[in-house]
Write a protein that binds this ligand. Structure first.
Ligand SMILES: NC(=O)c1ccc[n+]([C@@H]2O[C@H](COP(=O)([O-])OP(=O)(O)OC[C@H]3O[C@@H](n4cnc5c(N)ncnc54)[C@H](O)[C@@H]3O)[C@@H](O)[C@H]2O)c1
Length: 269
């Protein structure tokens, strides 16, 4: 394993989420779907909180069939605060608890700063930063109101919350992820006495449809990214999911306010 190669694990997870309810935002594809799968393999009841009903329901059905856990779709638009409140109410109403929230939903519209218009800035901050805060507040409230066992929030951040990525440019995305990292620390301190841990995973370059889209526009990008990653490979969504599941699990019971890089060493150079 010295080169950091990764083989997808079999049908089980090293983490035990039996009896827990976990909400993953934007979980219909990419990293979010991998996170939903990892948590369901650990036995969780996973709520796929997303906008696309047919895709979300199909994924929920598959996870319920193929894993130790269960999954269900719940409509959730993180850019719409009423939709977040309704989803939190509905999940708590149906299950009487919320144990884990994964703030995964995000958008990325790359553009040089001088060409980034107001609407694109607002859309990115509203989805990636404000949406994550509103979900943390609404679902975090239910964690505190639950049976006293507390909960865990895991924010899906990015290496771009720490450092400037190359060659793509999107100051709004980078600012939102940087804000998410500090939000993680501030909420962690505020909610530690309430039994809620708040952490983040900051992925590097992950082999997802979103990344392949960027590469289609700029075919040289993947080559450049690989040259900057000490492990010399793109990271698989399932590897990010493992890191998220660890932070969400009781194995991380003393860990709060941390941003864990899952980047194949990108941030080292
Ligand atoms: N792919 C990478 O290389 C990479 C690297 C670093 C960080 N990340 C982060 O990982 C997370 C997942 O990214 P991904 O690569 O799987 O991208 P993706 O675009 O495939 O997934 C993002 C998901 O969020 C959903 N979404 C967007 N706006 C939403 C809204 N308003 N309400 C609900 N859902 C919404 C999308 O529909 C999509 O399903 C994001 O937070 C992203 O910033 C990805």
């Amino acid at each position: 394993m010295s080169t950091g190669t990764f083989e997808k694990a079999a049908s089980t997870s090293p983490f035990d989420f039996r009896g827990k309810v976990a909400v993953v935002t934007g979980a219909t594809q990419g990293i979010g779907a991998a996170i939903a799968e990892e948590l369901a393999r650990g036995g969780a009841t996973v709520v796929i909180g997303a906008r696309r009903e047919p895709v979300g329901s199909a994924l929920a059905e598959r996870l319920t069939e193929e894993t130790n856990g269960k999954a269900e779709f719940r409509r959730l638009d993180v850019a719409d605060s009423a939709s977040i409140s309704e989803a939190a109410e509905a999940v708590f109403g149906a299950h009487g608890r919320v144990d884990v929230l994964v703030n995964n939903a995000a958008i990325a519209e790359n553009s040089p700063a001088l060409e980034l218009d107001n609407a694109a800035w607002d859309r990115t901050i509203a989805t990636n930063l404000t949406g994550s805060f509103l979900c943390a507040r609404e679902f975090g409230r239910r964690m505190v109101e639950g049976d006293g066992s507390g909960g865990a929030v895991v924010n899906v951040s990015s290496i771009r919350g720490f450092q400037v990525a190359r060659p793509e440019k999107n100051v709004a995305y980078d600012a939102a992820k940087g804000g998410m990292n500090q939000m993680t620390r501030t909420l962690a301190a505020e909610w530690a006495p309430l039994g809620v841990r708040v952490n983040a995973v900051a992925p590097g370059y992950i082999d997802t449809p979103a990344l392949q889209d960027v590469a289609r526009v700029d075919p040289g990008a993947i080559k450049e990214w690989l040259s900057q990653i000490p492990q010399g490979r793109l990271i698989q969504p399932a590897e990010v999911a493992r890191a998220v599941a660890f932070l969400a699990s009781d194995h991380a019971s003393a860990i709060t306010g941390q941003v864990l890089l899952a980047d194949g060493g990108y941030a080292l150079w």
